[in-house]
Design a protein around this ligand. Sequence first.
Ligand code: OSB
Ligand code: MG
Length: 365
Amino acid sequence: MRLTGLKLLPIRLHLKHPFVSAHETLSERLVTLVAVRDENGNWGYGELEAFTTLFYTNETQAIEQMVLRQYLWSVVRNQEFTTPPDLYAHLQVLKGHHFAKAALDMAVWDLYAKQQQLPLAAVLAKQVHAQWQDHVAVGISLGLQDDEPLLAAAQKAQEQGYQRIKLKVKGNADLQRIGRLRQRTSIKSLTVDANQSLQWTKDLAATIDRLQLTFIEDPVPQPSAKWAQQMHTPICLDEPITSVDQAKYAWRLQLGQIISVKQAVIGGLTPALELIMAHRQLGFDIWCGGMLEGGIGRAANLALASLTDFAYPGDLSATERYYQKDYTTPLHVTQGLMPVSHDAGVGVDLLPMYQELLDQQKTIC
Ligand code: OSB
Ligand code: MG
């Protein structure tokens, strides 16, 4: 197979409610639909998931669109390949720009899965000799908010059956808010994501342990083995893990026990499969993180998270939880489970309006 055309379609999604983290407040999410065409005229879809600001990573939508068009495309166009990892090898020689590589890689996996007439979950599973489940246990991430709205949101999430509830926090003092929620609810699996906003003080470990979390994600800006050992609560590393090598390195330094797999951040589904192999070899736990993806990105994460290597329910909440209207057919959660599509490819379809907009875009050859 070879790629003969590329299209990019920027899409602005409006969040129902602003999503607030220690980094920033998101009221809208700009993603770019990336479409690649093979020599037979079939199309595969990926999603560019960089943000529009530099608060979370050093890549942005505008920069990565340009990198895709001007740098990545010239390396992959018309290259003969058999599997997505074969093509990825050509991208690997280029430095950085993981979000752009991930978007392209996702589109190639979708195209490949459609060609094999298999669901994306099945081709990913086959590549690493894993099993995939057709219903995936999912979790929800609740942004920074006051006690009462947070309690209401947490209770709603419990009613919807979300199997893990994650709360954003900002700063040491804010952990008291989590303690208060703990006392007012009976959440079985609670996690906290501090987005590196805590400062290590001598009583922080004990304060965190009292919250009885399943794990704490990114407590501090500079994780250390010494701190990790002082705490019973397992540490999950998200933001420090920007590549498969970083994950292996962090594990060797004992900075945390759990790694959040963000395919977009580490450069795509192909590196995510490498990370799965590393988890098997080295023994750290993995789960599927999220970044308020649009439909294609969310469906790709769902396919990945369906592999039985993932130890905890992913940040994979239903489309309707964030967006009134997405650009694809929606993904639903029933009793905390999200069904994985058995259709060929990534498993969601573009809504007609976006298909039309994509059709109108110029093909880069
Ligand atoms: O740190 O995990 C994070 C959203 C955007 C960027 C980073 C993060 C997040 C979330 C939300 O926590 C996860 C989701 O529901 O998609
Ligand atoms: Mg995080």
